[in-house]
Design a protein around this ligand. Structure first.
Ligand SMILES: CC(=O)SCCNC(=O)CCNC(=O)[C@H](O)C(C)(C)COP(=O)(O)OP(=O)(O)OC[C@H]1O[C@@H](n2cnc3c(N)ncnc32)[C@H](O)[C@@H]1OP(=O)(O)O
Ligand SMILES: N[C@@H](CCO)C(=O)O
Length: 376
């Protein structure tokens, strides 16, 4: 296992930027679901707590689209935030490190340490636009290799939200014997037509940015952050509830700006601009494309006789939770999983924040995690 962080002087995230206290597992070549082999795969990860001698206390936490392995922790080199689930891992926390060994890895295709489009190909050049098409199943295959490298035969629990929920579900259905308990939060058994539809203008925005250059922009100063910013504005709107946006911003103009013919912005436009700019500082547009297409590939029923049959084959404890105001992964999709498989536990997270409720309502999410792990 090797770590080779180097520093970039750019304000925008670049391949090789500092990677904080992450660890790295070299897991070898990965055969891909749609054919071909991705050579020399590296998986970046962080851990909290101690693996028990029998290895029966390990929990895998799966991040969402633009997340990373830094679930909780300090702000520092490579860490722009105190984690995306602050307070949920630690002594006495829902993911109690007095009892559990918690692992979080950066997803395959991502840009926070694991092999992705910015990684070097066998000739030493960034993959860029030649990075292969990967599926959620390929991402889980990389995590299976990580579990093997860490000596974890069976997870006590695998849990995640949104795209992380897709991977948790893939673990439960594709690696059923290796997962005792599964929690799927604000997610879905398959990418719906609506979800695929929202992704289309996002993908087009990035690919039509002149700076995209077919994905081969790493040697250039200008990256397709305009396109990714448009994608983020579209996506972020779907992550929030329309009532929340209206209550919060209404028709207010941005302070000092005139949107009624004066070329200024509404406050909600300024809010979306802010989130677009923030993502551009920490995320690689190529990863955004690769991960979006992987989400579109998601269907736990593919090749398994359909969703219900795939879910029923899982013998472990499955817990599904949705957010009341989620318009991107609506509650009905969680309910459908519960209806398809007898014995599936169900929780509802009350929130006015929409899909992002799974990141914001940490008290409720913590309670659901404890229930799903049988520690509540
Ligand atoms: C696992 C993962 O999902 S990835 C890691 C975490 N996720 C993300 O970073 C995704 C993008 N962000 C988000 O989705 C959300 O910010 C969350 C879920 C992290 C937090 O949600 P909330 O607490 O409701 O924050 P909110 O959406 O209001 O954003 C707050 C930011 O908007 C800014 N903001 C709020 N209103 C405005 C406005 N009118 N104009 C400009 N900026 C604004 C705030 O200053 C704040 O900035 P900062 O984050 O740089 O400090
Ligand atoms: N805010 C989340 C939404 C996707 O679930 C992210 O950026 O990953």
């Amino acid at each position: 296992m090797t770590a080779t962080p180097t520093r970039s002087t750019s304000a925008v995230w670049r391949a090789g930027d500092p990677v904080g206290d992450r660890l790295f597992a070299a897991v070898g070549d990965l055969s891909l679901e749609r054919g071909g082999v991705l050579p020399d795969v590296t998986v970046a990860y962080e851990t909290w707590g101690t693996l028990s001698p029998s290895g029966d206390n390990a929990v895998l936490v799966e991040h969402a689209l633009t997340g990373d392995s830094h679930v909780v922790g300090e702000v520092g080199p490579g860490h722009a935030s105190p984690g995306w689930w602050p307070g949920l891992i630690g002594p006495g926390a829902p993911l109690d490190t007095n009892e559990l060994f918690v692992v979080a890895s950066n997803v395959l295709g991502g840009c926070q340490g694991s092999t992705g489009p910015a990684s070097a190909d066998p000739d030493g050049r960034p993959w860029g636009g030649r990075f292969p098409f990967i599926t959620i199943r390929d991402q889980v295959a990389a995590e299976v290799a990580l579990a093997d490298a860490l000596g974890i035969e069976r997870w006590h629990g695998v849990l995640g939200g949104s795209m992380g929920g897709m991977r948790a579900l893939e673990w439960a259905t594709g690696q059923a014997e290796r997962v005792e308990r599964t929690l799927v939060l604000a997610s879905t058994p398959y990418a719906t037509a609506d979800q695929v539809a929202w992704c289309l203008p996002q993908l087009l925005a990035i690919r039509s940015d002149p700076a995209y250059r077919g994905g081969d922009y790493y040697g250039y100063e200008d990256w397709p952050v305009t396109g990714m910013g448009i994608a983020r504005r579209i996506a972020h709107t779907t992550y929030r509830h329309e009532g929340e946006l209206d209550d919060r911003f209404g028709r207010s103009p941005r302070a000092g700006e005139d949107p009624l013919g004066g070329g200024g912005r509404y406050d909600v436009e300024s809010y979306l601009d802010h989130h677009a700019a923030k993502l551009a500082r920490r995320f690689d547009p190529n990863s955004y494309v690769v991960l979006t297409e992987a989400m579109n590939s998601h269907d736990v029923g593919r090749g398994r006789g359909g969703v219900a049959s795939a879910l029923r084959a899982y013998r472990g404890a499955l817990h599904v939770a949705g957010v009341t105001t989620d318009r991107l992964y609506p509650l009905r999709l969680s309910e459908a999983m519960v209806a398809a498989r007898t014995g599936t536990e169900f929780s509802v997270i009350e929130s006015r924040f929409g899909h992002d409720g799974f990141l914001i309502e940490t008290d409720q999410v913590g309670a659901v995690i404890a229930r799903s792990l049988g520690t509540a």
